[in-house]
Design a protein around this ligand. Structure first.
Ligand SMILES: Nc1ncnc2c1ncn2[C@@H]1O[C@H](COP(=O)(O)OP(=O)(O)O)[C@@H](O)[C@H]1O
Ligand SMILES: [Mg+2]
Length: 361
């Protein structure tokens, strides 16, 4: 039986599209047949993110999600949105999974007639048509929705087996998430709504993810994904998909999904499939240091102490140390010690974090 999952959020830019693509690929690597549908026809974040990997130009007459909604004012396809077959769909391959893009050109005009998006029944019918014709071919279908709430999002949540709401880890993100989740759960009686906290603050190490995931909330939180500067810097570039699997972001996504398997009958994502490089070989991100940086710093501190000692020791022995010199030595020592203390997480700074990295929950 195909599992249909809606990804939603209270506000935009919180990482839905990226999460959809990352989970989709990870599931596909487990051998599951995965289809990602970009239902966000205005932003088309997923379509644009995956665009550079879909090198082959798709045929113009194939239909994308915006055609299914039948609201394209320009570029409208000959195929009527009411009558389409599986062969008519623009099912592009994205690495291991399939994608139904929002549009066939990422620069397609935003010239929509959005009348029908306020018609929940119409949206439900169109979604059902797609799911009916492709449902048998996939194990998971993920719907990457736009932010907030409208009839299309509502229809998408209602036809899904469960909903994942993504919330940024700040008061605005959490408030918009609680508004949305409450609306879905209590007004619309959509029971299975889970929250993933993304761009988690103050998460530097894998341990921080574990300790944060113990916090239970009324919004069925299934995991916290750290704010990862490498993700932000490489997002949308060609090298992005080469390195994403080696980030703290990725390991947190796997954990969040696997937490969900406590509540839903879903395929667990194996961590042993991936080679997470030991932290000491990873670049400095979010205040973490590489081995080289650590060695240089530890050596420089050692040299400062050794230098002071070699200078001072003979003077103390011979009783030639002036008060002025004593004062300067004390200030140097205070300076160095303050510097050491201000290095956050000194133990991890010195020994690295790689022993803990593979520790499972
Ligand atoms: N955990 C994270 N750490 C850092 N940046 C992130 C993280 N998750 C997402 N982002 C960034 O947030 C931006 C929006 O992501 P996107 O998936 O397009 O959000 P949405 O689909 O919710 O609008 C992108 O630049 C992406 O790189
Ligand atoms: Mg998006």
């Amino acid at each position: 039986m195909v599992k249909i999952i809606s990804i939603v959020s209270g506000k935009g830019g919180c990482g839905k599209s990226l999460l959809t693509a990352v989970i989709g690929r990870a599931l596909a690597r487990e051998g599951e047949r995965v289809l990602l549908i970009d239902t966000d026809i205005f932003v088309r974040g997923l379509t644009i993110l995956l665009h550079s990997f879909k090198r082959k130009k798709t045929e113009d007459n194939l239909i994308n999600f915006s055609d299914i909604l039948g609201i394209n004012k320009v570029n409208s396809k000959d195929i009527e949105p009411v009558k389409f077959k599986k062969e008519d769909l623009n099912l592009s391959r994205f690495f291991e999974c399939d994608v139904l893009p929002a549009v066939d050109s990422i620069s397609a005009p935003l010239d929509y007639d959005d009348r029908d998006l306020s018609d929940e029944k119409f949206c439900t019918n169109q979604l059902k048509k797609v799911l009916n014709i492709v449902g048998n071919s996939y194990d998971y279908i993920m719907l990457d929705n736009r932010a907030g709430m409208d009839s299309l999002i509502l229809a998408s949540c209602k036809i899904s087996d469960f909903v994942i709401s993504v919330a940024e880890d700040d008061p605005v993100g959490k408030q918009t998430n609680s508004n949305l989740v409450n609306h879905l759960k209590y007004n619309l009686k959509i029971k299975k709504v889970y929250t993933i906290i993304n761009k988690g603050r103050n998460i530097k190490y894998y341990d921080d993810i574990i300790s944060r995931s113990d916090i239970k909330s009324e919004f069925s939180e299934i995991g916290v994904i750290p704010f990862d500067i490498e993700i932000l810097q490489d997002f949308g570039t060609d090298r992005f998909w080469n390195t994403v699997n080696e980030t703290l972001y990725f390991i947190a996504v796997l954990d969040a999904w696997n937490n969900l398997s406590n509540f839903e009958n879903i395929k667990e994502l194996s961590k042993s499939k991936y080679r997470f490089p030991p932290k000491i070989f990873m670049n400095k991100t979010q205040g973490k240091y590489t081995l080289i940086e650590r060695i240089i710093r530890i050596y420089s501190i050692t040299f400062i102490f050794a230098g002071i000692f070699l200078w001072v020791y003979p003077r103390i022995i011979s009783g030639k140390l002036t008060e002025f010199e004593l004062f300067s030595i004390v200030s140097i020592l205070v300076g160095v010690i303050t510097l050491i203390i201000s290095t956050t997480n000194l133990r991890k700074f010195i020994i690295g974090d790689f022993t803990k990295f593979f520790k499972d929950k």
